[in-house]
Write a protein that binds this ligand. Structure first.
Ligand SMILES: Cc1cc2nc3c(=O)[nH]c(=O)nc-3n(C[C@H](O)[C@H](O)[C@H](O)COP(=O)(O)O)c2cc1C
Length: 226
């Protein structure tokens, strides 16, 4: 069983999975543990759909890919990525993307392959379960606090999953098509999708899963005042 530090250090986003299904009891254990995530005023603002139904996942993914093919860039409740990328974040983003394409020997100018790779998000990278996290629109009407709570909830899901040998990939790509997800799932009108997390058993033979982007040095992100 990994320690908390090991789980933090060993987790990395996996983008290819085997067919093995996550047992329902395991999924429940992960989500019960993640439900212990602290939240402001104990609001527990996450509203979670844990979907392992193949048809439902295909319907959501197909609807998103159809939108993309229409040339629609997003259909979202919240804007996840910055509208204007500034350094050092812009550079980190480029380095991370370039590292992945280099590993997979995808040319910088090969847009077609890059788009197909992005569309793999909506084939859920072959994983059997996807957790979609919504919140009540009232919670994000002029306030952003619950995004902190729901972000912590995301990490709790991914860390708890590690205990069962289950890997994950968080997805802001679905945030960008949140309204499409809501429409396919016919979720109540008051809910807004924040993100999804793919869960499954990594395909250990897949090259893409060896990618572990490095982090910047401690002193680049932390200021100690002793
Ligand atoms: C909120 C959030 C959204 C993300 N969205 C996507 C996504 O849509 N597709 C994807 O392949 N990876 C996505 N990622 C994964 C990041 O690219 C990844 O966490 C980062 O490059 C660091 O790599 P690591 O998770 O392997 O440590 C997302 C991560 C977070 C935290």
């Amino acid at each position: 069983m990994p320690t908390v530090l090991e789980a933090l250090q060993n987790r990395s986003s996996k983008r290819a999975y085997t067919d093995e299904k996550i047992p329902k009891e395991t999924l429940e254990k992960i989500l019960i543990a993640a439900g212990m995530t602290p939240s402001g005023a104990n609001m527990q603002p996450w509203v979670t759909y844990a979907i392992s139904n193949e048809d439902t996942l295909s319907n959501i993914g197909d609807a998103i890919i159809a939108k993309m093919d229409e040339g629609i860039e997003n259909d979202q409740f919240i804007q996840y990525y910055p509208k204007k990328w500034v350094n050092p974040y812009k550079k980190r983003r480029i380095v991370t993307g370039a590292g992945l394409y280099k590993l997979l020997e995808v040319d910088r100018k090969d847009n077609e392959t890059r788009i197909e790779m992005w569309k793999d998000n909506f084939r859920w990278f072959g994983a059997g379960t996807v957790i979609f996290v919504f919140t009540d629109k009232a919670n994000i009407d002029g306030a952003e606090g619950v995004l902190l709570d729901c972000g912590a909830y995301m990490q709790s899901i991914m860390l708890a999953a590690q205990e069962f040998g289950i890997d994950s990939c968080p997805q802001g790509s679905t945030t960008e098509f949140g309204k499409v997800v809501a429409e396919v799932l016919q979720t109540p009108e008051n809910l807004a999708l924040l993100y999804s997390v793919v869960l499954g058993y990594e395909d250990k033979t897949a090259k893409i899963n060896t990618y572990q982007p490095a982090r910047v040095k401690l002193e680049d992100t932390v200021t100690f005042i002793d």
